[in-house]
Design a protein. Structure first.
Length: 274
């Protein structure tokens, strides 16, 4: 995505159309569009030809962009789990790992980045009915690996609103749920975490369309991405007007939910009741 956005910036600065850029590398206009959105892999020769077309002759700048092209084609660690993942999900894992700010609303269950191992296993078993024990454990292992993002030195900011329904819907037995609630209390105290609970008592709210995640990146060239997971696919929205709508919805959810301290008290109350 970073390389694609920089190639788009260079093309537009020279006033070159996507059609003309595609012709220069023996490709279609739609291929250039997919490249600029980071949706396809990059051939070094294509990037070299595009840089020449865009008038980039400085060796340092060319080498920097060509290095990006090589990095873009290296498979991430999560690709080793591709056999137990739906086809659309590896893209999300890669974006999540590159994000500097993750904002989310979740209603069905606790967000994957905040699940305990036991709770994650119960969720995966429910979602992968008929899967072998080995496949279930591999999916759980991937989820736990993703969670390391939140604990690293360069951990992203993670702002999440959990609907109370996600906390009351049991996955696993009583001890699993108690362990999950305690984990949320503990991890919500981390400096990079902002955890809020949308209580039942509030009634209708701006999260009526369901769960979503907004990913923001440290590179200024990259637009925010909204991730929407569906039953058989996922949507990745990066148009400004689409992202703005979800940002507005999340802001309203945050304003209407109790703050982090009050939400932590709500979690403690649920723990006592469980």
């Amino acid at each position: 995505m970073l390389l694609g956005s920089q190639l788009r910036r260079l093309r537009e600065a020279r006033g070159i159309t996507r059609e003309a850029a595609g012709y220069s590398i023996r490709a279609s206009e739609s291929k250039i569009s997919r490249m600029e959105l980071g949706r396809v892999s990059f051939k070094t020769r294509d990037v070299e030809d595009l840089l020449t077309l865009y008038g980039i002759t400085d060796e340092a700048e060319r080498n920097s962009l060509l290095s990006l092209a090589k990095e873009a084609n290296v498979a991430g660690w999560w690709h080793s789990y591709s056999d137990v993942l739906p086809s659309w999900f590896p893209t999300y894992v890669g974006l999540e790992g590159a994000a500097s700010l993750i904002r989310a609303y979740e209603v069905q269950f606790v967000h994957g980045l905040l699940q305990t191992e036991a709770y994650a296993r119960a969720v995966v078993r429910r979602g992968m009915k008929g899967a072998s024990a080995e496949d279930v454990e591999r999916r759980v292992a991937l989820r736990l690996e993703r969670q390391k993002y939140l604990l690293d030195d360069g951990a992203p900011e993670f702002h999440i609103v959990l609907d109370e329904a996600a906390l009351r819907r049991p996955y696993g037995d009583r001890e699993v749920m108690r362990g999950q609630l305690q984990h949320l209390i503990d991890i919500s105290a981390r400096p990079n975490m902002r955890l809020q609970i949308m209580p039942f008592g509030f009634g209708g709210h701006s999260g009526e369309s369901g769960a979503f995640t907004i990913l923001s990146f440290p590179e200024s060239d990259l637009s925010d991405v909204v991730y929407l997971e569906q039953l058989t696919s996922a949507l990745y929205l990066d148009k400004h007007e689409d992202v703005a709508q979800y940002e507005k919805a999340l802001k309203e959810l945050q304003q209407d939910s109790p703050g982090p301290d009050e939400s932590r008290d709500l979690l403690r109350g649920l723990l006592q009741l469980s």
